[in-house]
Design a binder for this molecule. Structure first.
Ligand code: ATP
Length: 273
């Protein structure tokens, strides 16, 4: 059971929590290929995602960012035409193996989508729903967990007096923070975020970016974004994709200020995309 914790604001690009020692690999992707029917969406991609860091996936529309993200938690299992080869390991366990327990995997890997998608339930129930199904908690423990997750997602103060009100009554930014609280309540170690701020106003976007940067103390985060400022503000690592291939990856500062590849340079400078 997580302990109560409050989220404070920290400057972007502060010391990484794992900066004292070399960061460990959380997700190891090797020689990964993905198809929809005969269309190959990802070509021979190898990439290490580092633990307790925020990794931004950037690249023009259709380059395969979401496809890769959707294989990390096997969401593509429900797409009949989707197939893949290669290896995708989380903590040395092969995600793509037919014997992988997908229910367990989805507890390990939380997902936050482009548009906030709260359940048509109360604020409390949005967070309590999955823990009630999967964890054997007494009512008091569940209450504590709900409060912990809402605090961690930096939305507690705004909702604590209306926990039984419908989640749809919250603003878009509050709903997205509620969805982050829902994702972390089940105790994942990896959070996947597919353009988590694209439906939000600038103030809510900054709040979520701040939160993402904070959350990396406890979680490994992969974020798809079309917003270059956002990638440079709140990620430690950046991976640039183009036409289904990984062109370049590395520390965000390096990718943005001294990219190795001309296509990366052109993209981060907004020359195409
Ligand atoms: N369910 C699907 N069936 C067929 N093709 C698909 C499907 N999903 C994605 N694709 C194709 O695979 C390619 C990669 O798509 P993907 O959504 O991964 O790109 P993306 O980089 O996330 O794009 P965007 O930034 O626009 O979200 C695109 O050509 C897309 O049209």
């Amino acid at each position: 059971m997580p302990q109560s914790a409050s989220v404070t604001n920290a400057p972007f690009h502060g010391e990484s929590p794992s900066s004292e020692s070399a960061p460990e690999v959380c997700v190891k992707i090797a020689n990964f290929n993905a198809w929809y029917d005969s269309f190959q969406a990802i070509h021979d991609l190898s990439l290490d995602i580092l633990r307790n860091q925020v990794t931004a996936f950037i690249g023009p529309s259709g380059c395969g960012k979401s496809t890769l993200l959707r294989w990390v938690n096997r969401m593509n299992d429900i797409v009949p035409t989707a197939q893949c080869t290669g290896s995708l390991r989380i903590n040395d366990v092969e995600v793509l193996s037919p014997s992988t327990d997908v229910v367990h995997l989805r507890r390990q890997v939380g997902m936050v989508f482009q548009k906030p998608n709260p359940f048509p339930k109360s604020i409390y129930e949005n967070v309590a729903f999955a823990p009630r199904l999967h964890l054997k908690l007494r009512r008091g423990e569940l209450d504590e967990l709900v409060e912990w997750a809402l605090r961690k997602a930096a939305v507690w103060d705004e909702v604590k007096d209306r926990l039984n009100a419908p989640a749809f009554g919250l603003s878009g930014g509050q709903q997205q923070r509620l969805c982050i609280a829902r994702a972390i309540a089940i105790g994942p170690e990896l959070l996947l975020m597919d353009e988590p701020c694209s439906a939000l106003d600038p103030a809510s976007t900054l709040a979520i970016e701040d939160l993402i940067y904070e959350l990396r103390e406890q979680y490994t985060i992969v974020m798809v974004t079309h917003n270059m400022q956002q990638a440079s503000r709140c990620s430690d690592q950046t991976a640039f994709f183009f036409e289904g291939r990984l062109i370049e990856s590395g520390a965000t500062d390096d990718v943005f200020t001294k990219p190795q590849q001309k296509r990366t340079d052109d993209y981060v400078r907004g020359r195409f995309g």
